[in-house]
Design a protein around this ligand. Structure first.
Ligand SMILES: [Fe+2]
Ligand SMILES: [Fe+2]
Length: 241
């Protein structure tokens, strides 16, 4: 029997986790601070612009509403996991806890690598079939679900790893790292939505190969985005020396 499409997507995600330098190299203060600045911008761009284009194209009503609900948790208010605050606001608080000024976060601009990724995602999300779009929406949240990679990553997911790394580096408690703990719950739901839609529709629409290719391409972009943050964070640390 051929491998199911979800199995194939999982293999693509697993490859990404194993190769991406940002996950494999040590976390540093500069990289963490650059992550906070870039990611609150990125979260807002993705959830107020890019993912909405996918929702617009989505012909399945329930899936469309689920996209909108997830986006609203990210950019407006998360009552389920975030105490009524948007994810980017929770990330801003975390940025302040690791030594950035709030104004620095609010005035942050996207790195060239981040801008390039937004343009690439635009191509992968705006004018694509919605099923490829939903893979684009959710494939990176998938790495917050345990099961990919090895060791702690496999047991706790990406943000479980970051919680440990940032906790040690900045002596933060789990409460102070709400941004990570909340995603360890929310992204299971957010990404399950994507994987379930693929499971339901890929065969019927004859799009199995297309969604696997979409997943690969989107994760190439995520890899560029995260490694760009690493390089930008290293530059930030050098500037301070
Ligand atoms: Fe989020
Ligand atoms: Fe999410």
């Amino acid at each position: 029997m051929p491998r199911s499409v979800v199995r194939r997507l999982d293999a693509v995600v697993n490859d990404f986790v194993l190769r991406c330098r940002f996950f494999r190299e040590p976390m540093t203060k500069g990289r963490a601070q650059m992550f906070a600045m870039q990611h609150q911008l990125n979260t807002r761009q993705r959830n107020s612009v890019l993912k909405l284009k996918v929702a617009t194209n989505c012909t399945d009503w329930d899936t469309r509403i689920r996209i909108l609900k997830a986006c609203s948790e990210e950019v407006i208010a998360d009552h389920e996991h975030g105490g009524g605050r948007a994810h980017w606001q929770i990330l801003e608080d975390l940025g302040v806890r690791i030594g950035l000024k709030r104004a620095q976060l609010q005035k942050a601009t996207p790195l060239p690598s981040t801008q390039l990724c937004w343009a690439a995602w635009e191509g992968l999300m705006a004018n694509k079939h919605w099923l490829e779009g939903i893979v684009a929406n959710t494939c990176a949240e998938r790495v917050n679900v345990p099961g990919y990679g090895t060791g702690l990553f496999k047991r706790r997911g990406w943000f479980g790893v970051e919680r440990q790394r940032w906790g040690r580096l900045f002596e933060l408690t789990n409460d102070e790292m709400k941004f990570f703990t909340l995603h360890e719950e929310a992204d299971i739901l957010h990404s399950n939505m994507g994987w379930q839609a693929v499971e339901r529709f890929a065969r019927e629409l004859h799009m199995e190969d297309a969604v696997v290719a979409a997943c690969e391409r989107n994760l190439y972009v995520w890899e560029h985005y995260l490694n760009g943050i690493a390089a930008g964070g290293d530059a930030l640390a050098r500037m301070r020396r």
